[in-house]
Write a protein that binds this ligand. Structure first.
Ligand code: CUA
Length: 339
């Protein structure tokens, strides 16, 4: 099929073929009906054009009214026609709806075994962090054949992560995490774009996704991604955790002034005043920047805000560390933690 599609980008991910097939189905259906309607329009305009000979306008009188009444009787015969042109488009659009929704769910739900990387958009660059601590700017290296999940945030305005060859595009929004996943099927280099106008140099907010054989990727990682080998995100987060004195309140025993963070990520947290919240990355991020937003049941709202004191990278490091607390204790997110 891809030979036919000379005008679409290369297909380099597990979903690319499905997205294209769906897209071409919609183009074919729309094209068919557009041509049909335009064709009939021209045909009828010619066939029933006003030749100027039959036009003698008269007021309706008795015979005309009878004729009109007789035509109205055709309404029953037209029922079949009415049903046909109602039901067929309905079925076609329902197919589009069902198919599109299924595809949307596939695209928006990362597989459980996906390897998580972090992406940060800022005016005007893409920053990526591998769990092992390797950082990249406007370049992303990933292994082929592996499900990759990107947890993304923005430092300023809305950006959009777009890799045409993977057929994935996802807004990157300040103040929250969004995610996107893909499984590259071919090694090579692919364009990465920002697909949301984000200021003067929006068009320059581009980069390259390099898909490598797993061995080559491991070697690349081990070499620190060509730069100095650093500490893992979780190690950096652990250091921050004590530097910022988080550890003085969030004791693992739960006896501190703040709740224990052991096994937190992935768990369900009871809140003061009733209600619960699923402790995902967005919740942890919010609790760091705006601690009063959701108070854990049994604790006082006394944590200071870290708004403006931590970069997005540092928050990601803290979250990576907190996730390992779950893993050590065999918490609910133990399987998800790759560190
Ligand atoms: Cu970032 Cu456009």
């Amino acid at each position: 099929m891809s030979k036919l599609l000379f005008f679409v980008p290369e297909q380099a991910s597990s979903v690319a073929g499905q997205v294209d097939l769906f897209f071409f189905f919609m183009v074919a259906v729309s094209g068919f009906f557009s041509l049909l309607i335009a064709g009939l329009l021209v045909f009828f305009a010619l066939r029933y054009r006003d030749t100027g000979v039959a036009a003698e306008r008269v007021e309706p009188h008795g015979d005309d009214l009878e004729e009109a009444a007789a035509h109205a009787g055709h309404g029953r015969g037209a029922m079949l026609l009415e049903l046909t042109w109602t039901v067929i488009p309905l079925l076609i659009t329902m197919v589009m709806f069902g198919w599109g929704t299924t595809l949307f769910f596939t695209l928006s739900r990362p597989p459980a075994d996906a390897m998580q990387l972090n992406a940060i958009g800022k005016q005007w660059m893409w920053k990526f962090q591998h769990p092992e601590g390797v950082r990249e700017i406007n370049e992303l290296h990933v292994p082929v054949g592996q499900n990759i999940k990107l947890l993304m945030s923005s430092e300023d305005v809305i950006h959009s992560f777009f890799v045409p060859a993977f057929r994935v595009k996802q807004d990157v929004v300040p103040g929250r995490y969004t995610q996107v996943w893909f499984r590259a099927t071919k090694t090579g280099e692919y364009h990465l774009f920002c697909a949301e106008y984000c200021g003067t140099q929006h068009s320059g907010m581009i980069g390259t996704v390099t898909v490598m054989e797993p061995d080559a990727y491991e070697a690349w990682l081990a070499g620190g991604g060509g730069g100095a080998a650093g500490q893992s995100l979780a190690q950096l987060g652990e250091r921050l955790f004590s530097e910022r004195a988080c550890n003085t309140c969030h004791l693992p025993s739960g006896q501190g002034r703040g709740p224990s963070l052991v096994g937190l990520i992935g768990s369900t947290v009871k809140l003061e005043g009733g209600g619960t919240v699923k402790a995902d990355e967005s919740y942890v991020r919010e609790s760091i920047l705006n601690p009063a937003a959701k108070i854990v049941a049994g604790f006082a709202p006394q944590m200071p805000t870290f708004q403006g004191q931590l970069s997005e990278e540092q928050i990601i490091e803290l979250i990576a560390y907190i996730r390992t607390l779950g893993a050590k204790q065999g918490g609910p997110s133990a399987a998800a933690a790759k560190e």
